[in-house]
Design a protein around this ligand. Structure first.
Ligand code: 5GP
Ligand code: ZN
Length: 114
């Protein structure tokens, strides 16, 4: 997807503040952090929203969570705790249409979200 911001990061055209990378997954700091630790974990393959997930994507989505767990440990928020979430479409608050898992922590988080 040439017009996708996160695909441009995967391609190396835009350099994010990367905290973890492997063959399938990239994790980088959110440009507008809402919590002291705010990392986005994305599949390198373009998937627009959770509505577009297919059965064959199950392992890849699981890998996003395993990377989030590892980054949480790296960032020192594993023990106090954190939140992982994926926004979908307008009502979910999705702004970038390349699926991304938010890893948020470093302070107590309110519930329910707004
Ligand atoms: P969404 O609202 O789609 O779930 O989350 C999109 C996230 O991407 C937002 O938290 C926003 O701050 C972040 N974001 C948007 N543009 C950029 C960018 O150019 N670089 C980085 N690192 N994050 C971005
Ligand atoms: Zn993309």
């Amino acid at each position: 997807m040439t017009d996708c911001l996160f695909c441009k990061m995967v391609a190396g055209d835009i350099k994010p503040d990367t905290v973890y990378e492997n063959d399938e997954v990239l994790a980088f700091r959110d440009i507008n952090p809402q919590t002291p630790v705010h990392v986005l974990v994305i599949p390198k393959r373009h998937i627009a929203t959770t509505n577009d997930l297919e059965a064959g994507d199950a392992e890849l989505i699981g890998k996003l969570y395993l990377v989030a767990k590892q980054v949480a440990e790296q960032e020192g928020i594993a023990e106090p705790g954190y939140r992982t979430l994926i926004n979908c479409n307008r009502d979910g608050g999705q702004a970038v249409y390349h699926i991304h898992l938010h890893l948020m922590g470093g302070r107590p988080l309110g519930w329910p979200p707004g």
